[in-house]
Design a protein around this ligand. Sequence first.
Ligand SMILES: *Cc1c(COP(=O)(O)O)cnc(C)c1O
Length: 385
Amino acid sequence: MGFVGLNVLTTRRDPGRTSGSGSRCRRSSVVCSVSNVDSALVSKAGKADLKWDELGFAYVNTKCFVKCVYKDGQWGEMTIETDPYVKVHIGATALHYGQSCFEGMKAFTGKDGKVRLFRVDENAKRLQTSTERMVMPEVPSNMFIEACKLAVRENIEYAPPYGFGGSLYVRPLMFGSGARVGLQPADEYTFVVLVTPVGDYYKGGLSPVTAFVQTKYDRAAPQGIGNVKVGANYAADILPFQICKSKGYPINLYLHPKTGKTVEEFGTSNFIALKGDSYVTPDSPSVLPSITNKTLMHLASEMGMQVERRPVTVEEIADFDEVAACGTAVVITPVTRLVHNDEVIKLGNYDDQVGPRFNELYQNVRAIQNAEVEDRYGWTFDVME
Ligand SMILES: *Cc1c(COP(=O)(O)O)cnc(C)c1O
């Protein structure tokens, strides 16, 4: 499939910018060169007129988003759009059949004032597993990474400044925008990357939650699409999650859809637990491979823990030392109680408090994200480089 470079057409030009976007992204088959990005942009991080200490999780409109359309077997030019609407054909496969997938990651303003994306290369690879499963064209990793960096740079004012604990949430989305009536893949696709600033979930330290075990609904079939990040997974979770929240619980836990005996994952985050020297996480093929989980597994093994990816039974949950949910949104959510068939099960050894090792893992991840410690792993990507 053809990928004709990353030609950036700026529909709106910032008069203060000196880097000529024309010369910067006009070379075909060369990844968008950003060597001449205006370094003064770095100091623009956090300059938007927002109350950073009051920032929550509601969608905040930013300046623009990045868009690229795949048509006639190739990707077109990358454009910067200021109108937050896309015009879509009424026959688009995404609307009728859910031919749509997405990603989620964050950009952080570090201690040094630089803004970095966390593990965007992993999101690029994961989107490729989703597009393959949905019979959508591949977004090459370099195109994906450059599109994310571009979306952050163009909205750099909205990256919360260092010290507030917030971040710029980055949401790449790809959907079938071509019209089809019968069930088949579209002939046109739209890839967009939008960003929105989000606050610090744990202003006063990690706060544990009670999770609700879903026994009436399943999120993913054993050989379905649970392992890829597609809209349909979330569609299956909308009703169960509403029920869960109406009962007063902030997250729900799904069990194996066939047996109901082993743990799958929470609605939008992975299940992780600690027991003795072991870090345990379910290895089910219908679990979404969380990049946060991958990060934590790496750090846990560096801390001397044994990483076990294996079936986890519902009965065994009560015996773990620490239980948590993990995902990009909050990194780690300690789970200290579980409601299963009207029974409340107390979890962990720390009396409804976050356990010491999940707390340490959380602090380690946040320190790397905020460039407070050296990134020895190559996990952070300066959006200006
Ligand atoms: C995105 C997602 C996660 C978390 O993945 P991260 O890469 O850690 O954000 C977990 N479960 C589901 C179903 C997801 O869609």
